[in-house]
Design a protein around this ligand. Structure first.
Ligand code: SAH
Ligand code: SF4
Length: 391
């Protein structure tokens, strides 16, 4: 009680902290335009033109100050800078793997940290794996993120910020460079994107805009553990390429590996996939299948897999399991994975094994976030020890 009174007194004595300035860098076009008009920095009759101009500076040129917007009048720039920022979140840690994979730990807000991974030579040039949530509400038993409670959904701006941070680091501004290394985006980082569809869709609108980062929607893939009721909305709203974390071909096993299966069993999932808007031979669904030793990796499992997806325009991606401390599974032996892949290959699916990338910096599938939490926990312990040590 006494503490509460002390705090309130301290708060009333101190000058009120200024509200943080709004960041324009992650707003959709419509929200950017509304912010500019509401602020008085831009008369409504010039709103479209001014929005386009500022939009290009942010998303095409990648500037992070209003001073960099050289064709905007000086007094307008000054007025904008009084009310807004065009800022990046803090990059807490940056790691580069022996194989060229890069990983950034990004602090969106105090206690809200996500990992983003760039993987070269994937897709047309290289893929950025972005997170949609901090933690996850689902508890897939092979996934480390699933053992961490959900902290919160990321905003569209925070999803876009992951792309901007990567482009800063890769030197990818302006966005129309011929030799782009960031050609694809995959929502395969932390979290279940279909539990945060509004933000994911807004973020896709921003990064696919032709006057900005201009990533084709056909190069943006959303991976889901199977939130069937949201599939139609995902396709209609975003035209994203779809990836499904399948991992098992019968309900008994999938119930255990992907507990969401108890809510949306395989038959419902397959029906939802077949109805995915825009699905065709040119726009196939990717089935992800994690290889777990002695669990789902027999030749009979491989045959069941090709039978299950028969008739669906599909690619198959076998993911060698990436172990984490205390994980209840092991990765299948290489020979077993190859035998499994041979069955899948014979059924007409080319190069189905996903080579693990960035394992030395814990950037591979299912390893995200875990290490940064460990580092934070040990750093906290050290700080606690230092604080309690006698002076
Ligand atoms: N939540 C979404 C997207 C993030 S997970 C989803 O589940 O689809 C991205 C992919 O990594 C999924 O296919 C997931 O099943 C897989 N994955 C999770 N943990 C893994 C691990 N330890 N080893 C290999 N792949 C893993
Ligand atoms: Fe969540 Fe995807 Fe991990 Fe499952 S695999 S716990 S849905 S992040």
């Amino acid at each position: 009680m006494g503490v509460t009174l002390d705090l309130s007194r301290a708060a009333s004595d101190a000058a009120p902290a200024p509200a943080p300035l709004q960041n324009l860098a992650g707003l959709t076009r419509a929200k950017l335009q509304a912010a500019l008009v509401d602020s008085g920095a831009c008369p409504p009759e010039k709103a479209r033109m001014r929005t386009s101009q500022i939009w290009r500076w942010i998303h095409h040129a990648g500037v992070t100050t209003f001073d960099g917007m050289t064709d905007v009048a000086k007094d307008t720039r000054a007025r904008l800078a009084e009310q807004f920022v065009v800022a990046r979140p803090e990059v807490v840690e940056r790691q580069v793997s022996r194989d060229g994979t890069r990983k950034w730990l990004i602090r969106m807000a105090p206690g809200v940290e996500v990992e983003t991974v760039y993987i070269p030579d994937v897709g047309r040039a290289g893929a950025l794996c972005v997170s949609s949530q901090v933690g996850c509400t689902l508890n897939c038993t092979f996934c480390h993120t699933g053992t961490q409670p959900l902290v919160r959904n990321l905003t569209a701006a925070e999803i876009v910020a992951q792309v901007q941070v990567a482009k800063d680091d890769l030197g990818e501004w302006p966005s129309d460079r011929e030799d782009r290394r960031l050609s694809n985006v995959v929502f395969m980082g932390m979290g279940e994107p279909l539990y945060n569809l509004d933000a994911v869709a807004d973020a896709m609108d921003i990064i696919s805009d032709n006057e900005g980062v201009a990533l084709s929607r056909r190069r943006i893939t959303v991976s889901t553990s199977g939130v069937v009721p949201e599939l139609k909305a995902l396709g209609e709203r975003t035209q994203a390429m779809l990836a499904i974390s399948l991992h098992a071909t019968n309900d008994a096993l999938r119930d255990k590996l992907v507990p969401l299966n108890r809510k949306y069993p395989i038959a419902e999932l397959m029906a939802g996939i077949k109805a995915y808007p825009g699905l065709s031979n040119a726009r196939r669904v990717t089935f992800e299948y994690v290889m777990l030793k002695g669990v789902n990796d027999s030749p009979a499992d491989a045959r069941a897999l090709v039978n299950l997806v028969k008739g669906v325009p599909a690619k198959i991606n076998l993911i060698p399991f990436n172990p984490w401390p205390g994980s209840p599974y092991e990765c299948s032996d290489w020979a077993t994975i190859e035998a499994f892949a041979a069955v899948v290959n014979k059924a007409g699916y080319a190069s189905p094994i996903r080579t693990p990338r960035g394992r030395d910096i814990l950037a591979a599938c299912g390893q995200l976030k875990s290490e940064s939490e460990k580092i934070r926990a040990s750093a906290r312990r050290k700080a606690d020890q230092a604080a309690s040590a006698p002076a």
